[in-house]
Design a protein around this ligand. Sequence first.
Ligand SMILES: Nc1ncnc2c1ncn2[C@@H]1O[C@H](COP(=O)(O)OP(=O)(O)OP(=O)(O)O)[C@@H](O)[C@H]1O
Ligand SMILES: [Mg+2]
Length: 763
Amino acid sequence: METEVDAIEELLTIEAEIEDVQDQIKLLLERQEKLHERQSELKFLLEAYRASGTGNSANENASRSSSLEDWSGSFEWDSQADDVRLNIFGIPSYRQNQKEIINAIMSGRDVLVIMAAGGGKSLCYQLPAILRDGVALVISPLLSLIQDQVMGLTALGIPAYMLTSTTSKENEKFIYKALEKGEGELKILYVTPEKISKSKRFMSKLEKCHNAGRLSLISIDEAHCCSQWGHDFRPDYKSLSILKTQFSNVPVVALTATATQKVQYDVMEMLRIPKCVKFVSTVNRPNLFYTVRSKSSIGKVVVDEIAEFIQESYPNSESGIVYCFSRKECEQVAAELRERGIAADYYHADMDVNAREKVHMRWSKNKLQVIVGTVEIYIHITFNTQYLLTVRFVIHHSLSKSMETYYQESGRAGRDGLPSECVLFYRPADVPRQSKRQCRRNAFFQHFAEPLQDCNGMCNNCAFCSEVREVDVSQYFLEVWLPAAIAYVSAGCSLLYLTREDLIKRVRLLIVGLPVPGHAKVMVSLLQAMQENDQRLTMLQLVDKMKNKKKELGSDIKKEEMEQLVIQLILDHVFKEEFQHTAYATNAYVTLGPLANQVLQDKKIVKLEVSSKQKNKDDSMKSANHSLTFSGLELKLDELRGELSSGHGGIFPHSVLSSQQISTISSLKPSSTQEASSYHVDMLLLSSYSWHGAGWNIIPLEKIIGKLKTEKYGSKILDEIKKYTDSGPSDNGIEEEGSENRASKRLKTKKGLVVIESSDEEL
Ligand SMILES: Nc1ncnc2c1ncn2[C@@H]1O[C@H](COP(=O)(O)OP(=O)(O)OP(=O)(O)O)[C@@H](O)[C@H]1O
Ligand SMILES: [Mg+2]
């Protein structure tokens, strides 16, 4: 005879099984979505092949086999490349894929590079540009980016020029002569895409350069601008297709930090490089700590929290960016941050050039700690990237327009590879899309179709557990479910004659009490009714309409919870989002999804996750304080690079010594400029973080910063080290650590599970 306990047990088993089935459905739906996406990409690609007449199996085979080629082996230019890398660029070792990309370009192949922001894409084309004979043409979307690159290269003694509206007549003459006649020293020439599409004169000079065999390579930076599917489509990038047509034997290198599969195909098609070798590095930025915080609906409270976060985490005025939704909001937030004692100013497209330049200057001289910018298109690249190298935190006061944009914007933090933070203030009302309670960086992996990687506790969900209570909103609250089931069984109903499905149905009917359907069902019915009347609703409109259903619901549910419910329904495929793009905005509508009927027919349980401990989030924010500050010798070297940069025509301090180089020098404390022993120093450098301290000062400075910088600044740097070491050990008597080590140790001890060990990414 079945007892009450048996029935409850069986009920629980069924519940678990149903959940399991639902999870599987969810996975299958996700898979279906991916397959659809891939299907449309392939169709698109085939069309493109047919249109450009390049679609034949030989090409496809060539493209496929290219990915099998080994680009990491030995090549004749290896030692020359190593020499340029270290002695001109001052870079001690390659990062992931850099060597392979350089080898492919040097072999004359077209290349597509997808590499994270700050991953080191520039070196991939700049190094071959130096090694190959002739002039390399670089197309970059913005003047400020171009100025930034040319200034950096000039500081390294590389003959780089730009041909833009700001180029002097004298330089223009020099450039044209160099292109036409090969006179003068010109290795890298930067232009905007408009130069290609609009200047016949330039194109004819370029043709002459090519005819004389002097066009060494063509590099297209921020290549996602080619694609209408990308977040920064630039019509002028379309005209770049002419380059491969006209200069078919010159290798084309397309580089971008963000490109979904669709965008990648678009870029290949647009630039006519179907046989290119593709290098996709992970989107992961292991040095960035991601936090999502709930955002108060009261503006002042949000600014209070931002100010408190900055002051507590970055007391030494480390730089950061705050992104806001509108220009007005930018100005307001900047003013409110100033009122709270933070050196902040706004930066947006409506400002005149002088005002913007002023902000640049104050920022570069460390007079401004925070730039408040708009999340509008281009902001992430309009700002001179050299200033961004030492950005320690990026705060989103408002959500970005898309995942790509968020990745780009937040990726402005920690471009020097050192620990940095990205904080997103989120209200469900901002946009109906949110990652579930899962690892924050998984959202990137999923979006860019990359296999999941370990977060290493570098986001607030993985680093700090928070208590989550699940509430069943499909019918009625979970708390009512079991007691009612027990009551039903106790009432003496014989359940033995019922099928499992019947059992569930009946128990549900009893719990629901028929006239009181759950919130999820009411919401789905409401949306269905609206759709039947051809009306579209945004999330806010839907939530608003739900307020009128209070009677039907029989209980109160807060607006925020209602918003959260919409999101949960989207995640559960009960609803789906539909985006409508206009020139100025993207409208997001909520529509019925594939599982809507399941809810209407009481076949699907919707559980709402309600965080019961807000405090955890706040604690996590405080614990996430792992700001990077210089101390001891690092501070001295930081001051020295400031002096040297202003003494060398106002170049960026970073061009003299990068923060990583400062860190390495402070750890290794070299005592000579040149090598005196036959150690395999590269190996030592790779492991320097664990071996720093007494005894390793046999490593010459030249091996850390390269010949060129050593010649220019070596004696001053060694003087500084000597002065510092002669003045005795630090006050507290503890062996000094590199800032990176301090930061990672702090992370380790505070959170118990965060590991940022030195890796091949870090030196
Ligand atoms: N192998 C390396 N080791 C150390 N630092 C490197 C290495 N390669 C590049 N860098 C440095 O990393 C920083 C970022 O490089 P770069 O500007 O090329 O990034 P990017 O990939 O073009 O990023 P973005 O998408 O933001 O333009 C620069 O300071 C560069 O000198
Ligand atoms: Mg770049």
